[in-house]
Design a protein. Structure first.
Length: 236
C-alpha cells in the first residue's frame, strides 16, 4: 500500500475539501499502483524549465506520469493580473506536448487554496496511487512558509530539482534541515515514490535559468506565437 494511504495518526481525521452537490473533480488518468509526480504552479507563463524538471523527474524517479497542476493562484504571491486558468492551461498543453505529462486545473473544482489541502484530497481520493510532490530548489528555500508544510511532508514524498542560484541556500534551508534524516541519496530516486513520508531526494543535473517571473518582467506572456528563449516552444 502506498505511503500516502497510511496517514499519520495526527492527520487521520483530516477532512477533504468538497464542493456540495457537485460531482467529484475531474482528475487525469490514474490507476492503482501508478507512480505519479505532482508539479504545481501558476505556469504564468510555462517555459522550458518546467519541461526540463518534468523530464528529469520522469527519468530519475521512475514515474509513470506527471500532472502539471495549474493553480487558480499562489497564496505567497501577488495574483492581480493573473491570466484566466483556462488560458494558462492551454499554454501549458502547447508547451508540454508530452505523452506522460497531464495538464489539470482540478484545484479550482475542489476549492483548495493551499497545497496541503490538495495533497490531503488526493490521499483520500486516490489512496492506491503513489504520488510524489515535485518542486524546484528555489521553492525548497521557502517551503517553511507554506501552510502546514510539515503536515504536507508527512503525506507525500518530495523530490527537489536543483535550480541555478539555489543549490546551497536550499540545502541549508529550514525545511531541508527538518527533512535531513529522511533524505534519500540521488541514486535512490526510484525508491522515493514508494517511500514512507516524510521522505525527500535532492536531484542535481541539467538546470534551466528560466523563470516565469523574469519572463513576465521582460514582457513575455502566454501568446504561443510570441518567440522567446525556452518559453512556449513546442516539445520537439
Amino acid at each position: 500500500m502506498p505511503a500516502q494511504a497510511l496517514l499519520p495518526p495526527e492527520l487521520a481525521g483530516l477532512t477533504v475539501a468538497r464542493t456540495p452537490d457537485r460531482l467529484p473533480a475531474r482528475l487525469p488518468p490514474h490507476a492503482s499502483g501508478m507512480r505519479i509526480g505532482l508539479f504545481g504552479g501558476t505556469f504564468n507563463p510555462p517555459h522550458a524549465g518546467h519541461l526540463l524538471v518534468s523530464r528529469i523527474a520522469l527519468d530519475r524517479l521512475g514515474l509513470d506520469r506527471i500532472w502539471w497542476i495549474v493553480t487558480p493562484g499562489n497564496p505567497l504571491k501577488e495574483n492581480a493580473g493573473l491570466p484566466p486558468l483556462d488560458v494558462r492551461m492551454d499554454a501549458a498543453r502547447q508547451l508540454a506536448a508530452h505523452p506522460r505529462i497531464d495538464i489539470t486545473g482540478f484545484e479550482a473544482e475542489i476549492g483548495t487554496r493551499f497545497t496541503f489541502d490538495t495533497i490531503a484530497y488526493l490521499s483520500k481520493r486516490c489512496p492506491q496511487v503513489d504520488f510524489v510532490w515535485i518542486m524546484g530548489a528555489d521553492n525548497l528555500r521557502q517551503f517553511h512558509r507554506w501552510q502546514r508544510w510539515q503536515d504536507m511532508a508527512r503525506l507525500v514524498p518530495i523530490a527537489v530539482i536543483d535550480r541555478p542560484g539555489s543549490t546551497l541556500k536550499a540545502a541549508h534551508s529550514r525545511a531541508a534541515i527538518w527533512l535531513a534524516r529522511r533524505r534519500l541519496g540521488e541514486t535512490e530516486g526510484r525508491l522515493l515514490a514508494g517511500a514512507q513520508a516524510p521522505a525527500f531526494v535532492f536531484l542535481h543535473g541539467p538546470r534551466s535559468g528560466l523563470s516565469s517571473t523574469d519572463l513576465r518582467r521582460a514582457g513575455i506572456g502566454l501568446d504561443p506565437t510570441q518567440p522567446h528563449p525556452g518559453g512556449l516552444q513546442p516539445n520537439g
